[in-house]
Design a protein around this ligand. Structure first.
Ligand code: CO
Length: 639
């Protein structure tokens, strides 16, 4: 075995255990793997990211320094359905090496480019295009999609995609306005081979080009006056590496190639010490199931984290466009599939926003008026996954509240209609063009540490009591809190009619009123998965069948549909882990919340969607003894 020192001469100084990965750390991890293990030249790296230490190790120094950092790699050694999960310690060696047969990584970018070329060179595909009057193949856009798991023979031991097609008269045309209906190509990504071209029959290409760029939509409005945000004394936050401090909040920021934006060690300074709230918060998986039954669209179930990656697809953000004001950007270091580090500049944006009023009262009797302005700190990133854009916005407020807002925009996935045809499971959005009904369901993994790791989750419903001797006026409102004691008890759905929330309580820490401290998860009015539980996506997206899951912390339980959902048969992730029905009372709990939207497309969503919003809030409940924002100063004009 070669000494790793020979491959990477200098071991980097250990950074903070949760600092973002540096390029030299990526280089060294790859060098150690290549030196210790014989990898084929064609091997690819589907994932290179920080192997985050277990919770207790984050703050522990060894001999006055942080312990050596570790890097996790998912290696694709060859063309078959086989990956290697490796962990490398940056002070010297591979510490874990797990061969995973019958396992597919996310779709690789390089292979997707090869798949597109292979399709365009394929005679059957060319014949299908000619049948539709298309002879200039450069005008065809090829979109490789994750193929799902439907028992199709092509799936066996292969890493495949299903490619679908769109026509662009001009390269700047809307890519999704003119679907080439009826044609699907199955491609073996590992072997760069077209397996089959299926033709379900010709449907005319929709006539309109659906362009939305400024030069295509007629005269622009001229009556919007400038709206400028200035902070003449600069922003109120401070940044040290990836550590952010703002208005008593503190946390670390990072970006994972798959989860995208990640927040660590979120705490709130109170009485001279930082009180922990969340050890880690990140969107762990998402699924976009389409609701059209036909063979052309019925298999579409994109897992945009596990099959593509929100970090890998993250945009480099632009001042004045994506974010406005006094901006701090975080750059992120990723690795190419060849294992070479690169920097995604401005991947994460942070700024402050005015948010209306924080609190107000007009005292008629005393003749006083008190009003305070609300402000929030915004940490955001935006990922482009094919046709769609997803923006992830974490908000921190002055009253101890937090929020995750997901912004959905971009272009809908479309289908061509025969003239006069009306779809049953989709909406017409342009002549001969429909967008199938679909859902966007996100799962966020919230590793709570409310004033310490030992927490209990309660479901709290507001209910009416029956009229009777205890309720003579029939007006009684009860707040019924039910402890969720085991994993099966904690598989829950929203109930807006009962104002249902879930409260994460530390039973061992009391506030000044003698009550246990808590934060509550306030869900939006959000759906669960509509697909049948026995369907392919019903099995694969089990996490989306419930709005709430609670597990005891386990370092291996990271993503709601498992680590490798691509072509997975289903059952992985939350359904498997929680089948053990482990106890979750007064323990280090992880809360998993599924939220999102069922999208019944509107004509107004075409040709590009105005942002649709979804998300949830985290709000203190007895974490403080009173309104924690009484000390916010009145702004200049209010004194
Ligand atoms: Co949608």
């Amino acid at each position: 075995m070669t000494q790793p020192e020979a491959a990477a001469p200098v071991a980097p100084a250990p950074a903070h255990p949760l600092a973002m990965l540096r390029p030299d750390e990526i280089e060294r991890a790859v060098a150690i793997v290549r030196a210790e293990r014989s990898l084929p030249e064609a091997a690819r790296f589907a994932y290179i990211g920080l192997d985050e230490p277990v919770k207790d190790a984050v703050t522990q120094l060894v001999d006055g320094a942080f312990p050596p950092r570790r890097v996790r790699l998912v290696i694709v050694p060859g063309p078959t359905a086989h990956v290697i999960e490796a962990v490398v310690s940056l002070d010297g060696s591979v510490t874990s090496w797990l061969e995973c047969p019958e396992t597919r990584p996310a779709l690789l970018f390089e292979e997707s480019m090869h798949a597109i070329r292979a399709v365009k060179d394929n005679a059957d595909w060319q014949a299908a295009m000619r049948l539709r009057g298309i002879t200039d193949f450069a005008k065809v856009q090829v979109d490789p999609w994750p193929s799902g798991n439907f028992g199709v023979a092509h799936e066996d031991d292969r890493r495949i995609s299903r490619c679908i097609f769109y026509y662009r008269e001009d390269p700047t045309d809307n890519g999704y306005a003119r679907p080439i209906e009826g044609v699907i190509a199955f491609v073996d990504h590992g072997r760069q081979e077209v397996l089959e071209v299926v033709d379900y029959g010709v449907v005319p290409i929709p006539p309109e080009r659906g362009n939305y760029r400024g030069d295509s939509v007629g005269p622009a409005r001229t009556d919007l006056k400038p709206l400028t945000i200035t902070q003449p004394e600069g922003p109120s936050f401070t940044v040290d590496g990836n550590l952010v401090e703002w208005q008593r909040w503190s946390f670390r920021v990072s970006m994972d190639p798959y989860e995208g934006l990640v927040l660590h060690t979120i705490g709130y300074e109170d009485g001279g010490r930082v009180r922990p709230i969340l050890h880690r918060a990140a969107v762990s998986e998402m699924v976009v199931p389409y609701g059209d039954p036909g063979p052309m669209h019925g298999w579409k179930n994109a897992f945009d984290i596990g099959e593509w990656g929100l970090g890998r697809m993250a945009n480099s953000l632009t001042l004045g466009c994506d974010c406005v004001g006094e901006i701090h950007y975080f750059d992120v270091n990723f690795a190419t599939e060849g294992g070479v580090p690169y920097t995604l500049a401005h991947a994460i944006c942070m700024h402050e926003e005015d948010y209306g009023i924080l609190w107000k009262h007009v005292d008629m009797q005393g003749g006083t008026t008190e009003v305070r302005r609300s402000r929030r700190l915004v940490v955001s990133s935006i990922a482009t996954v094919g046709n769609y854009e997803y923006g992830f916005y974490w908000y921190f407020y002055l009253d101890g509240s937090m929020q995750l807002e997901v912004k959905l925009t971009g272009i809908m996935s479309t289908m061509a209609l025969a003239p006069g045809e009306r779809p049953t499971n989709g909406s017409i959005v342009a002549p001969q063009l429909a967008a199938p009904y679909h859902q966007h369901l996100f799962n966020v993994r919230l590793d709570f540490d409310v004033d310490g790791p030992r927490n209990t989750v309660y479901e709290v419903d507001a209910v009416a009591a029956p009229a009777g001797p205890d309720n003579p006026l029939g007006n009684t409102i009860l707040s019924v809190a039910t402890p969720l004691r085991t994993e099966l008890e904690a598989q829950r759905v929203v109930d807006p009619l009962r104002s249902r929330i879930w409260k994460i309580v530390n039973p061992e820490v009391r506030n000044g009123l003698g009550e246990p401290v808590a934060y509550k998860l306030v869900p939006a009015s959000t759906p669960t998965l509509l697909a049948d539980p026995t369907s392919s996506v019903g099995r694969r997206a089990g996490f989306a069948t419930r709005n709430l899951w609670v597990t005891p912390y386990d370092r291996k339980e990271w993503r709601a549909a498992g680590d490798h959902p691509n072509q997975h048969a289903g059952g992985a992730g939350l359904p498997t882990w929680t089948a053990a029905n482990r106890p979750i009372e007064a323990t280090d709990v992880v809360v998993w919340h599924t939220f999102g939207v069922t999208h019944i497309p509107r004509p107004e969503d075409w040709p590009v969607m105005p942002v649709e919003y979804t998300g949830f809030q985290l709000v203190p409940v007895g974490f403080f003894d009173r309104n924690p924002a009484l000390d916010v100063s009145p702004s200049d004009h209010c004194t």
